[in-house]
Design a protein around this ligand. Structure first.
Ligand code: EPU
Length: 422
């Protein structure tokens, strides 16, 4: 297993290119199951999660060619397909559950292993399955697999009121509804940019979708979908993560491809913390307004609120703020695993249930640390960049799931960072 070693120190200056969004690509790829014609994604991020989705789709019968070092994924799913998504692949990555809606829509049947919980929470699938049941699917849990069958072989449109604006359930139902008979309305739908990106791609494939980006999405089912070529939207979480690098270390960094519309609520908190963000021709420029980082309170919420996927990184910033910040995690029940590791680096953090109270210290100190999820791991790298001395972050495979070329990108702005074999 590899580790990342960071020497804390001076300011960061330069440019960081932002990749296509992992979480958009992971929902766009299963859309290939909806058509007999090729679907090509450009601006795909080069990540291990994308490889896992490739493996899953290939196991279902899709042909996938990865080109330009993984930035282009050419997919085709013609002819007969396998409708069983095996536990061995699904357990590696929860987003595998996004094949359920497309398989059911195309074939009228699907067997998809339940992914199980993960480090950040239990993550059940009831909102997905309740929605598909309203669309005429009979779904039974047997042997750890969801066995789903559409009555009469084809899903039908329905009005579905979500109890919570689940991102994955919105994506699964949206894809399922494109080929259903009649009209589906999703109320209290998720509004994330990744949902809008999926809707844009499905529309290029011939789907009839309105209202994406709002809380009510209407999908008029069609008989078949065609092929398309679609660029994956910019990764707003990678963007926000690297925006925090100059915020924590000082200096001035331009995030190429960044857009304010992707990170609105996050930028409001950065502004309150004393960080300036300005739009440029090529993206976003970030620098500190003065020497001091100010304490701010943060509550995670579905989009357009502050994203849970940036909470750990924001905590790394607030560890050296002047004053006390309160962070409330409202999306996942166990997403403060980075806190004990940051405490090992000298941070003062008190976690109680879904609330973390962070009292800023003058300086963090380097230490060997590890984390059990993707965003927690990168928060430790950010903390290490500003700490005194050396920080060694182990279990780098978490990072490989969601950040391409993390060492190269941070080295490019002057960070002292290297990947080492244990
Ligand atoms: N939930 C249920 N029942 C359901 C579905 C969700 O109770 O049927 C709960 C979950 O347990 C969780 C909350 O609702 O507590 C939010 O879940 P949601 O379905 O919105 O999230 P997701 O689709 O599983 C995606 C991202 C996550 C991101 C969340 C929230 C992908 C592949 N994953 O997960 O990304 O945190 O939305 O924005 O799109 C990450 O990239 O690090 C990551 C975890």
């Amino acid at each position: 297993m590899d580790s990342i070693v960071v020497q804390g120190g001076g300011p960061l200056n330069g440019q960081i290119p932002i990749a296509g969004a992992k979480n958009a690509c992971l929902t766009l790829m299963p859309a290939t199951l909806l058509s007999e014609e090729p679907l090509t994604l450009t601006n795909a991020p080069r990540l291990s999660d994308i490889k896992t989705m490739t493996e899953l789709l290939q196991s279902l019968g899709a042909e996938i060619t990865s080109m330009q070092e993984g930035q282009v994924q050419a997919m085709s799913c013609h002819g007969t397909i396998n409708t069983r998504a095996e536990y061995d692949i699904v357990r590696k990555m929860r987003a595998s559950n996004l094949v359920l809606g497309p398989l059911l829509a195309r074939e009228g049947v699907a067997e998809v292993s339940l992914p199980g919980g993960c480090a950040i929470g239990a993550r059940p699938m009831d909102i997905h399955t309740d929605g598909l049941t309203l669309m005429g699917a009979d779904i039974e849990l047997r042997d750890g697999y969801l066995h789903a069958k559409a009555a009469g072989g084809r899903l039908k449109g329905a009005v579905i009121d979500f109890p919570f604006a689940s991102v994955g359930a919105t994506e699964n139902i949206m894809m399922a509804a494109t080929l259903a008979k009649g009209t589906t309305v999703i109320n209290n739908a998720a509004r994330e940019p990744e949902i809008v990106d999926l809707a844009d791609c499905l529309r290029k494939m011939g789907a009839q979708i309105e209202g994406d980006g709002t809380s009510s999405i209407t999908i008029q089912g069609v008989d078949s979908l065609n092929g398309a070529t679609h660029p994956v939207v910019t990764d707003r979480i990678e963007l926000g993560t690297y925006m925090l690098a100059p915020a924590i270390c000082g200096g001035e960094v331009e995030l190429l491809g960044g857009k304010l519309s992707l990170v609105g609520a996050f930028c409001e908190k950065l502004d309150a913390a004393g960080i300036d963000v300005t739009e440029t021709d090529k993206g976003l420029m970030v620098k500190r307004r003065g020497d001091e980082i100010k304490a701010v309170d943060v509550t995670t919420e579905p989009f357009p609120g502050f994203p849970t996927d940036l909470q750990a990184q924001m905590m790394a910033l607030l560890c050296t703020a002047n004053g006390t910040s309160v962070l409330e995690e409202k999306i996942f029940e166990n997403r403060f695993m980075h806190a004990p590791e940051l405490i090992r680096m000298g941070a003062e953090i008190d976690v109680s249930g879904g609330t973390a109270t962070v009292t800023g210290v003058k300086k963090l100190k380097g230490a060997p640390v590890m984390a059990t999820d993707l965003r927690a791991s990168v928060s430790l790298i950010l903390a290490g960049l500003a700490a005194e001395g050396e920080t060694k972050v182990s279990r780098v495979y978490h990072l490989d799931r969601g950040y391409e070329h993390v060492v190269r990108k941070l080295e490019g702005v002057g960070a002292k960072i290297e990947r080492v074999k244990d």
